[in-house]
Design a protein around this ligand. Structure first.
Ligand code: ADP
Length: 406
């Protein structure tokens, strides 16, 4: 089955066209026929595409919104789209309603729209991607929504609730939904593929460190807890997000800085994290560079706090799982920054976590879908780096969903 995956972010659309095939009774995916991204929507956008018969091409185009960008994308893909049998869309928030990948009908579209209230930065972009694809491809090609929250539907009640009045939580649908589910599922599956172990027998902690960062405790292939909660603001220190803070900061800062609470929330989302601490950048590469070369103390503190928070969560998830078989790093930082992995795992020999320095240093720039062990043989929990392949996960989910409806 030929499947086009659309991954719409606030200012970009990533895409991949590939084939899902049955192999030995399981679904497998063939290498991408075409993949790429449209970046910088709302102005002069760059369009990058790589294809088996195309080589690599990059150019600049004008697109004011996702629908225009989708039109350009579909235009450029041209004839390759004729054979598309289904489209899989990544959708950030499925709330309590969509707990598995779902065929998109008008009703589902309206449901995703309604959930924009819970994910105002993310769901509207996903929806624009869906509407853009429909406008161009017509309504006959089945489209599937693959939700980022769905993987965490298995979290037990104790992990899903905040200790606030139940009536308030129920009235406003306040739950710990968790996000980055597609990434955590891909990391867990990457670990299983690399070790040949079944996820049913494993307890693992997956750590997704990119611009957004989150960590998940996974037992028997099911998410037991995760660091992001009602919104993607909770948990680890991120590029521009604070992660965990005392909730009373919001009213204090609103009052003292004479702004609305919503403005403080924006600061916590957009001006905090690595950027806020360092006063310089949300880019880990840049911070590692200035911390080393210029002995920049704020950059150093930002990196240390980032790693300290991750270590603290690993400790708590070891307690939640009763120990772990493996720790799995992924995301732009997790895949490419040995120094950050080393700092996070520092002084954890008490629980068996240690790194092999050479393996850690060598595990950078892995091919999507591949994995590398970075702990010494025989140590437990073992530590792995996995280059998550979200598009493959979305392709398989889409194929399963379309097959299920016959
Ligand atoms: P997103 O969450 O937007 O998908 P990515 O997963 O691409 O983000 O991760 C972006 C982060 O990865 C940035 O902080 C970037 O600095 C960091 N990163 C990428 N390559 C490296 C590297 N070689 N060393 C350190 N950090 C890196």
């Amino acid at each position: 089955m030929r499947i086009l995956v659309i991954n719409s972010g606030s200012s970009s659309i990533k895409f991949r066209l590939s084939e899902a095939v049955e192999e030995n009774g399981a679904l497998a995916t063939r290498p991408a026929l075409i993949e790429g991204a449209v970046k910088g929507i709302r102005g002069l956008v760059s369009f990058e595409v790589t294809g088996q018969q195309l080589g690599v091409s990059t150019d600049k185009i004008q697109a004011q919104d996702h629908i225009q960008a989708m039109r350009v994308l579909m235009d450029r893909l041209g004839d390759s789209l004729d054979s598309v049998e289904a489209v899989g869309h990544r959708v950030v928030h499925g709330g309590d309603r969509y707990v598995e990948s779902t065929l998109i009908t008008e009703q589902v579209e309206a449901g995703i729209d309604e959930l924009s209230e819970l994910a105002p930065l993310h769901n509207p972009a996903c929806l624009a991607g869906i509407r853009g694809a429909k406008a161009v491809m017509g309504a006959t090609v089945p489209m599937v929504a693959v939700f980022d929250t769905a993987f965490h539907r298995t979290m037990p009640e104790v992990a899903r609730h905040y200790a606030i009045p139940t009536e308030l939580a129920d009235r406003h649908r306040i739950r710990r939904y968790g996000f980055h589910g597609i990434a955590h599922a891909s990391l867990a599956n990457g670990y299983a593929a690399c070790t040949g172990r079944s996820l049913r027998e494993a307890r693992i902690i997956t750590i997704q460190l990119g611009n957004g960062c989150s960590i998940a405790a996974i037992a028997e292939g099911r998410s037991i807890d995760t660091s992001m909660g009602f919104t993607p603001l909770e948990g680890l220190v991120m590029g521009t997000r604070s992660g965990d803070v005392d909730a009373s900061l919001v009213s204090l800062l609103a009052e003292r800085e004479k702004v609305e609470p919503a403005e403080v929330e924006r600061w916590l989302n957009e001006r905090s994290g690595l950027l806020g601490l360092s006063g310089r950048s949300n880019d880990m590469r840049e911070l590692l560079r200035v911390a080393e070369q210029q002995r920049d103390e704020r950059a150093e503190l930002a990196i240390e706090l980032f790693c300290y928070r991750a270590r603290k969560y690993i400790g708590s998830y070891l307690a939640v799982l009763g120990g772990a078989d493996a720790i799995v790093f992924g995301g732009g930082i997790g895949e490419n920054a040995p120094d950050v992995r080393k700092r996070i795992c520092r002084n954890m020999a008490w629980c068996g976590i240690s790194l092999n320095a050479d393996r850690n240093q060598a595990a950078v720039g892995l091919r999507p879908g591949s994995a590398a062990k970075i702990s010494p043989d025989g140590s437990m929990p073992a530590v792995y780096v996995v280059a998550a392949d979200e598009e493959t996960w979305i392709t398989k989910e889409t194929a399963h969903c379309v097959q299920a409806i016959g």
